[in-house]
Design a protein around this ligand. Sequence first.
Ligand SMILES: [Fe+2]
Length: 281
Amino acid sequence: MNVITRRRVLRASLAAAAAGLGVGLYTWQVEPHWLEIVRRRLPVRGLPEALRGRTLAQLTDIHVGPRVSDAYVLETFARVKSLSPDIVVYTGDFTSYSADVYAHAERVYADPPRGRLGTCGILGNHDYGPNWAHPEIAARLADRLQAVGIRVLRNEVAEVAGLQIAGMDDLWGRQFDPVRTLAAVDHRRAAIVLSHNPDTVDRSGWTGYQGWVLSGHTHGGQCKPPLLPPPLLPVENRRYTCGEFDVSDGRMLYISRGVGHLLQVRINVRPEVTLFELERA
Ligand SMILES: [Fe+2]
């Protein structure tokens, strides 16, 4: 190899290394914190006139804990507050478990975004502690969240200005109970459902419900190669990545890509807060 060729090879290798480093930095330091506010319409049957044109912000999978930057979460909260949503819903995984989880959650959720008309949320598997097996951890977190104005629905229904918000408890936390939850819904009136894990729409027990189910849990897979499905998806139904799905029995599913992460890597799956505009179906 002569000197010129050697130089060219060296230059090409340096360029490749720099590009690799750039991509690495982007996927680690840029995209996980590059929040997108996704604006969508949410058509609800029988929506009360007073809620027409009102906004509902969905936050999910914030994962407050050792792996998500508090500054990023607080910036996200500030952005959501600046949108002045009428209703705010949280669809689970408020936290990632660590020994410090209660104090940490108390700090970060001291003043979370709340809706002008109402605020509620449901728990996700990570709120149930190690192996999703600790209802006592979930109960303690739920208490903390209630104290700052987030009504935590555990197979229960809240009513916000005439809109019924039915909150399913978590599937992997072994608390998902659609029969009990939907028994408290008046199906003649406007309703939406919150359910952390999108696989829940394929479980039985939904009889009588037609309308939207808002969920999270997948983080959109966090990494999505172009033209291919994301390789890591914590769901049985591999269709359920992110976005809108017609469950084809009168139910529609929306899966948000979520705010936080488990590993701090996102490729082609920016974090999301969804801002729905309510309309009459
Ligand atoms: Fe999550």
